[in-house]
Design a protein around this ligand. Sequence first.
Ligand code: ADP
Length: 628
Amino acid sequence: MKKKEFKSESKRLLDLMINSIYTNKDIFLRELISNASDAIDKIYYRSLTDKKVKIKKENLEINVNFDETLRTITVSDNGCGMTGVELENNLGTIAKSGSLAFKELNDVKNKDIDIIGQFGVGFYSAFMVSDEITVISKSIDEDVAHRWNSKGLDGYTIEECEKTSVGTDIILHIKEDTDEETYSDYLKEFKLKDLIKKYSDYIRYPIKMEVTHNHLKEKKKDDDKDEYETVKEIETINSMIPIWKKNKKEVKDEEYNHYYSDTYYDYEAPLKVISTKVEGVVSYNGLLFIPSHAPYDFYTKEYEKGLSLYSNGVLIMEKCSELLPDYFSFVKGVIDTEDVSLNISREMLQKTKSVNLIAKNIETKIIKELTDMLENDREKYIKFFKVFGTNIKFGIYNNYGVDKEKLQDLIMFTSSKTKELITLKEYIKNMKENQTDIYYASGESIDKIDNLPQIEQVKEKDYEILYLTDYVDEFTLNALVEYDKKKFKNVSSADLELDEDKEKIEKLNEDNKDMLSLMKDEIKVNEVRFTNKLKNHPVCFSSKGNISLEMEKVINAMPGDESINAEVVLEINENHPIADKIKDLYKNDKETLKKYSKVLYSEARLIEGLTIDNPTEISNIICDLISK
Ligand code: ADP
């Protein structure tokens, strides 16, 4: 019989499997069992619509057999089976989901197998423990059965064979033991039982295996000694109850974590598991997970939010987006309810009252759990916030702020005092007695903000400042408008009035009106004026109105034609020697004053992290001035 070659991708994956760089070989059984379970799902759903497919639901099962002398493990199912062509297509090339994810990751990370191993690697993983695999399968769509056989990299064969019932047998020939690896362990009853329990407990069909028990022999006479006999019995090993229906007290963290990593292909345990059971107007079991890191495709257009929706244990929809608000799009999980009918359409879902009610409940539940985490496990919360905080801040800003009240206590910003993240509530608690506003400053990084001239004066008053470094931050605070009746105040806003000497400065600006106006005409600002809010720095920018310079930067950096200009004021420190210098120039040398205006303006731009429009001109001017 002619051997066929594996497709190249498959060959690579196979190579990795055979040389088993990945250490957790145990997962091979889980992969085969879930394939078997999928195949049973398929035949079951077919039977619902196709009268010709006759099955008895109670007979659907998976069998695991092993033979220590022949060194074989057989995983059998009475699922849909595969036709000859399907065997060729499915087992000769990398198929879908799990294996695909593996492939992508493999491309990126090359040899980072430990992570890869956490993905579903599918059928090929069986080559980690086998040196030969035979698949005997009969499809519901074909009268003949087929045998697929492969000893690994050199290819596979397919031929017709005998098999009476529809379904698939996967026969693994287990490798011989080596110095490093005792493959024979897999041929032990306790090991297989353990693997089924550990990885496949929630499979919905019985996974049956022959197990050995020691029974007390029946006594012929009362005074006979106790005698035991060894009995072999076929038993269902898995509990079959979906994990979300189990009582949370009886489920170990480990079990939740396994379920999570198997289902969502995440190598890291979830940050938080939320198990919830609600009975009332709507009844449901929910199992939600907050991942420890952003899902790999989270920032792509392909990412779909949603929870899997089950109706009494039967999956209705993989990703029901109606169940989650956008700001919790990172949450993964399952909702199982009897209150939604099996054949509900996607369009109907939105209008279904029970779905809306469940969605509301879930939202409240997630907020409550996050609040608890913030209060009782701050370190964990901060880890969460660093990953998903932006999402929540967006939630406040989106939809004209309708959700802001629900979310405002979940956001955090860096404090100027501790350089740690604090909540708005904590800010209010720390406020000085005479303080009326909540101060914030925005910039690219904590260090850059710390060096802004504008914050000196606020710090001098010992007021705390929230450092805004995320591009969405200022929009979020704008949407909030106020918190606990305290207004948010940008330290760079032109109307920041911390100093009592307002009249004095107004007079100074009035007296120098013409000079300031001449300076303004030289540069691109809305106003030039003296200020007493700077301590050591000569100049800074401030902005009038709702759009700050930071917001201008963000909006203008966004794709699209929209551009926006903040109303910028160039402020000059009245106590800096530069103040006298420009007054002097105004009297004696207006041309040089014009040059000074450009240099001061450029300085302020640099401090803000902005570029200079005309660097050559400015450097020539500077050269001119310093060589005078
Ligand atoms: P994946 O399960 O990620 O799709 P696999 O390599 O494990 O990748 O399997 C490839 C395909 O082979 C499956 O998608 C399925 O169509 C088919 N298959 C595997 N095992 C069985 C089985 N026991 N019964 C029917 N089809 C199967």
